[in-house]
Design a protein around this ligand. Structure first.
Ligand SMILES: Cc1ncc(COP(=O)(O)O)c(C=O)c1O
Length: 402
């Protein structure tokens, strides 16, 4: 069941593989962060990269969320979901000239610049359009987020941001440049962070810079402390939004201006399950057992991309003692594995399983590799379910080809 609604019923109508989301879980995720920052002035800019299905964005917007977009595509989707340009932050390495022109002409809430060169290009674009672009600079504080290396972004070996020690000069040198309004400072040191220490250190570094910039005469309007709050995949120990807020608020209060948060995973991560069908059972002479699913790395890339773990539960109630299974996908890559030696009851062809905690960085990373079709997505709300994205068809895929 998902929030009291039968998953079998959804599968009977829509088939598998299928992403199932709980609206209530998304609301809970959003409100737990909102509540954690309490009375301190804060703006939550949900990071679309975690999951940008329109219905999910609309739900978050209704709760008061704003948006953090990482590309022209995400800006477009955010606007279609109803976010006003001023509610959208544009972040990300490698913004193209076209993207900058669009961001400036839309008068987005803020553009988080990743380099001095990018700041200069934003200024050029703004001057050419006779506008003033609201900008912040993303700093790289050289702090280890202690997450997986592929989703850590705050070390000096990472491509993100400008070195902290150069940031003040970068701001000062452009203070009088026409076309730029320095409205904030930004940091984001990675994703799936499970302890307060790196987050707190990053915020402290950001606030020190903000205080220096205040001395230099900058009238900053906010401190953007990024996203990154981790969630428990299985038994993993994590920090709560309250622990996060408690660890950073004393630093933020020293500056006293509003804080901008860019959470993605912590809002939607727990809200989704990927429902798949067992299509084959294989057993090797050494007793290794494979359950081959009709979903694989094409639908959920995280395990293949960075060895992440997702709990898997059978939807069909199994009888018998749990036995070890290698739960794998159908794709022609040996990395297409969800879990090895996972204890599950005996499985049979046509049984359904749910891969849990896939609401973030799940469907957004899906691909057509092996010419597989993107799965359908359903949202459960208030005892009802509805399709929020239909399953892709071969015609959808081939429509791009000439
Ligand atoms: C700049 C930026 N902000 C916010 C996020 C969202 O991070 P998370 O989903 O870990 O909260 C990311 C993703 O890593 C990001 O790159």
């Amino acid at each position: 069941m998902c929030d009291g609604v039968s998953i079998r019923e959804m599968v009977a109508s829509v088939g598998t593989p299928l992403y199932v989301y709980s609206a209530q879980s998304i609301r809970d995720g959003y409100l737990s962060i909102d509540d954690a920052f309490g009375e301190y002035p804060h703006y939550i800019h949900y990071a679309l990269k975690a999951n940008s299905t329109l219905s999910i964005l609309r739900l978050l917007r209704e709760l008061g969320s704003r948006a953090d977009a990482n590309s022209s595509g995400e800006i477009e989707v955010a606007r279609r979901a109803g976010f006003q340009p001023r509610e959208i932050i544009f972040t990300g390495v490698g913004k193209t000239r076209l993207e900058l022109e669009e961001a400036v002409s839309l008068d987005l809430g803020i553009i988080n610049a990743e380099s001095p060169g990018e700041l200069d290009r934003i200024a050029e674009v703004a001057q050419a359009q006779g506008r003033e672009a609201r900008v912040a600079v993303r700093i790289n504080p050289d702090i280890d987020a202690k997450s997986h290396p592929n989703i850590s972004t705050g070390l000096k070996t990472n491509k993100f941001g400008v070195p902290l020690q150069e940031a003040r000069t970068i701001y000062r040198e452009r203070q009088k440049l026409s076309g730029l309004k320095f409205a904030g400072v930004h940091v984001h040191i990675g994703s799936q962070i499970t302890s307060t220490e790196p987050l707190q250190r990053a915020v402290k570094a950001l606030t020190m810079l903000a205080l220096e910039l205040k001395d230099d005469g900058f009238l900053l309007e906010h401190l953007d402390i990024g996203g990154g709050l981790g969630i428990a995949y299985g038994e993993q120990a994590v920090i709560t939004p309250v622990e996060y807020a408690v660890s950073v608020l004393p630093h933020l209060k020293r500056v006293g201006i509003p804080v901008v948060l860019e959470p993605g995973r912590s809002i939607v991560g727990h809200s989704g399950a990927l429902v798949a069908k067992v299509v084959d059972i294989k057993r090797y002479p050494d007793n290794r057992r494979f359950a081959v699913l009709d979903a694989g790395m094409g639908e959920l890339m995280r395990p293949a991309l960075y060895g992440s773990f997702h709990p898997i539960v059978p939807i069909t109630p199994g009888t018998g003692e749990p036995i070890p299974w290698d739960v794998v996908g159908p794709i022609c890559e040996s990395s297409d594995i969800f879990s090895q030696d996972l204890l599950l009851p005996p499985l049979e062809v046509n049984d359904l399983v749910a891969i849990l905690d896939v609401g973030a960085y799940g469907s957004v990373m899906a691909s057509n590799y092996n010419r597989r079709l993107l799965p359908a997505e359903v949202l459960v709300d208030n005892g009802q379910w509805k399709v929020i994205r239909r399953r892709q068809t071969p015609e959808d895929v081939l429509s791009l080809e000439l």
